[in-house]
Design a protein around this ligand. Structure first.
Ligand code: MG
Ligand code: MG
Length: 262
């Protein structure tokens, strides 16, 4: 299929999908506190999407290895040592947890995909630093998405920043092209080499998603066939934006109002 470039009109539609997705994250973020269940957060996101005439991109997403286990919820809620694809349920958040909330929205045929990792009440200094490094890695990655550079430059920018802070990036899980499908070409790895990989061009749209580990980058998939967690049980974090490469630089499609500026 190759990399599908989007027209300015299509990017506008993707911005709408991204805006709704950002709002779902925002509404969940306001509800994150000790005692809330991840299912309650899932319901909040479902309601935001429904109210805006959008549908969830994750619900019933096929599981490549276990076709009988499609994804059963609207969001991924991944706590502490869980990196991505945590399934919402009865688990209650506790003071000191960190939780990655990842949501995907389909609106008028296009997908928005973004994630944030949040503190639950007071968290350790280590956890706070991890969240700071991971969100900064995303900001640095987005800033590197300029037409005429290679994907490897973006990956390298993320990796070298994260490793320079003494953390590790996930190897087996990557960002991805986004458009009419949630997963399109190209892959957007969090590690790589300058001047390698696809050349970035205006009209490319993809999700950047730094996944950062305090300890080893070794991961495993839990018995629910979805949730990815660190083998050593140490903390990890995940931030994500869907962006468009434009003539004028990177444009964040899943930005919310009072977020940092590039
Ligand atoms: Mg995502
Ligand atoms: Mg993604």
């Amino acid at each position: 299929m190759g990399i599908i470039l989007k027209s300015p009109a299509e990017i506008e539609l993707m911005r709408e999908a991204g805006r709704i997705n950002a709002l779902a994250l925002w509404e969940m973020a306001k509800a994150v506190r000790p005692g809330v269940t991840t299912h309650e957060l899932d319901c909040i996101a479902a309601e935001v999407l429904r109210k805006h005439g959008a549908t969830p991109a994750f619900l019933n997403y096929p599981n490549r290895e276990f076709p009988e286990k499609p994804y059963p919820a609207v969001i991924n809620a991944s706590i502490n040592a869980e990196l991505v694809h945590g399934i919402p349920g009865k688990r209650r958040l506790r003071e000191g947890d960190i939780i990655s909330l990842d949501c995907g929205t389909i609106y008028r045929g296009f997908v928005g995909d973004s994630a944030i990792t949040l503190p639950v009440g007071r968290i350790s200094a280590q956890a706070r630093q991890l969240l700071g490094v991971t969100s900064e890695a995303l900001r640095i990655g987005v800033a590197a998405c300029r037409a005429g550079t290679h994907m490897g430059d973006v990956s390298f920018a993320i990796q070298s920043f994260v490793e320079g802070k003494g953390y590790r990036v996930a190897r087996e899980y990557t960002g991805h092209g986004v458009g009419r499908e949630m997963h399109e070409e190209p892959d957007v790895p969090n590690w790589g080499h300058p001047d390698r990989g696809p050349l970035l061009k205006p009209g490319m749209t993809f999700a950047l998603e730094p996944m950062v580990m305090v300890g080893s980058e070794e991961l495993y998939i839990k018995n629910n066939h979805w949730t990815v967690a660190t083998v050593d049980g140490q903390l990890c974090a995940h931030f994500e934006h869907t962006i468009a490469v434009t003539e004028n630089g990177p444009f964040i499609l899943t930005r919310w109002e009072d977020e940092w500026k590039i």
